[in-house]
Design a protein around this ligand. Structure first.
Ligand code: UDX
Length: 433
């Protein structure tokens, strides 16, 4: 199949490279010349484990190419995936669809023969209808069908998630288009992954409902963690205790500083807007959004409390800045609110992150960025683990203790056993334990 990816960001680039690895002929397109230049040069614009090797292998095999020229590239395509960004619109939280619609307009003038237009970007219900209308209006004679095919991959595990998904969702009602989609995903069905077909609107909503549900699950266990702290229970026991019930499932029950990232915060807000527009309020998701927003600063206050209630003139070492490990993504990372809360209270922050420092510098001022965990800890009055990078799981505790002015550890990801840290002479503050 000749597949063209419009937008070479996280989703577009990973999906494009994986499709090429399945043997399809793929061109990843982006307006950003510097991004395409970097890719042509073998440099990845994002940090994602295994991506450079995957891209390199498929470029060498001639199955994966890059271009800034949309019109030229999409001619003769079997399927054109729209995988451009849909950020929150400033002001009202609605998903900003201007990039999607602009792509649709450009595609309209360039397609030849029957072409499937695939909405891969996370877009509100009804966007497929609008994309169809835009293309029809711009090119009344074009032979095309629009389908929705939301992407569920996680950053940091993107390639594996794409290649071994729990399910693939395809929404549309044009039989020719659905057959093209079946062929595109055939390598996955051979792998026994489930490709489920539904209406376009159901597929669009599935993506938002899925992310909102996962955000709810995390937020639920986070509040249970707060209760655990008050009643003297361990949230990890409770999570295991409920997670083994198949109806609940054990994933996404790790208590922590609140969810962040490029999807959950944005998609929950967009779902609330859609719900408002259709007079079907989503009160549970509303509560989730509020609880999660408050939690991030509360985690900063947790550090302050651990340090005796007053951090003026004190220094805190922050380990981990990205919203989760194995990414350099800082979008809506809890570390931002934690650090700002500490700074507002008069603390100095020294921080280390294995991959996120460059991105962090763009959103956090007045942080002393250090070259390693021990450099950040040296001379600090407490250490807080905010992101669970593997590099922080086996710290030399004796060394940490000797470098800190006071042996205080706040472990927001529960990566250490309490007795181990206490035996090493620290006061240990975890989440929900
Ligand atoms: C998420 C969805 O998982 C994915 O299906 C969708 O396509 C995009 O959004 P991603 O944002 O990459 O993926 O990260 P994910 O691993 O889901 O984590 C999101 C946030 O939740 C992180 O901040 C993470 O630390 C937090 N989280 C996750 C928890 O606090 N506890 C958990 O148990 C799981």
């Amino acid at each position: 199949m000749r597949i063209r990816m419009v937008g070479s960001g996280y989703v577009g680039l990973v999906s494009g490279a994986c499709f090429a690895d399945f043997g399809h002929d793929v061109v990843c397109i982006d307006k950003d010349q510097s991004k395409i230049d970097a890719l042509l040069d073998g440099r990845m614009p994002i940090y994602e484990p295994g991506l450079d090797e995957l891209v390199g292998r498929n470029v060498a095999a001639g199955r994966l190419r890059f271009s800034t020229d949309l019109s030229e590239s999409v001619r003769d395509a079997d399927a054109i995936f729209i995988a451009v960004g849909t950020p929150s619109r400033r002001g009202d939280g609605h998903a900003d669809l201007s990039y999607v619609y602009a792509a649709a307009k450009e595609i309209a003038g360039a397609i030849t023969g029957f072409t499937v237009i695939v909405d891969k970007s996370t877009v509100p219900v009804g966007t497929g209808d609008e994309v169809e209308r835009i293309i029809r209006e711009a090119s009344p004679d074009a032979d095309f069908a629009v389908v929705s095919n939301p992407e569920f991959l996680r950053e940091g595990a993107a390639i594996d998630d794409f290649k071994r998904p729990d399910r693939v969702v395809v929404g549309g009602d044009d039989e020719r288009a659905m057959e093209v989609m079946r062929q595109i995903y055939r390598p996955l069905t051979l792998n026994r992954s489930l490709v489920i077909e539904m209406s376009r609107r159901a597929a669009e909503l599935t993506k938002y409902a899925g992310n909102a549900f996962l955000a709810t699950k995390i937020t639920f266990i986070n509040e249970i963690a707060d209760l655990c702290e008050k009643v003297g229970a361990d949230v990890q026991d409770v999570a295991r205790g409920i997670g083994l019930d198949n109806r609940i499932g054990s994933k996404f029950l790790h208590a922590g500083p609140g969810y962040g990232g490029s999807c959950f915060p944005k998609d929950t807000l967009a779902l609330l807007k859609t719900a408002q527009d259709h007079d079907a309020p989503q009160r549970i998701v509303e509560a989730v959004v509020n609880v999660n927003d408050n939690r991030k600063r509360a985690m900063g206050r947790k550090v302050i409390a651990a340090m005796g209630g007053d951090v003026r003139g004190k220094t805190v070492a922050i380990l981990g800045l990205t919203f989760k490990p194995n990414t350099d993504d800082m979008r809506d990372s809890p570390a931002i609110a934690v650090i700002q809360t500490l700074q507002d209270a008069g603390a100095t922050v020294r921080a280390f992150d294995p991959e996120g420092t460059e991105q962090a510098k763009k959103v956090l001022d007045n942080v002393e960025y250090c070259a390693g965990p021990y450099e950040a800890i040296e001379g600090s009055d407490a250490v807080a683990i905010v992101t669970e990078w593997d590099a922080f799981r086996a710290l030399d505790l004796a060394r940490v203790k000797s470098l800190l002015s006071a042996p205080i550890m706040v472990d927001m990801r529960n990566i250490y056993p309490r007795d181990m840290i206490e035996k090493a002479g620290f006061t240990y503050h975890a989440v929900g334990r």
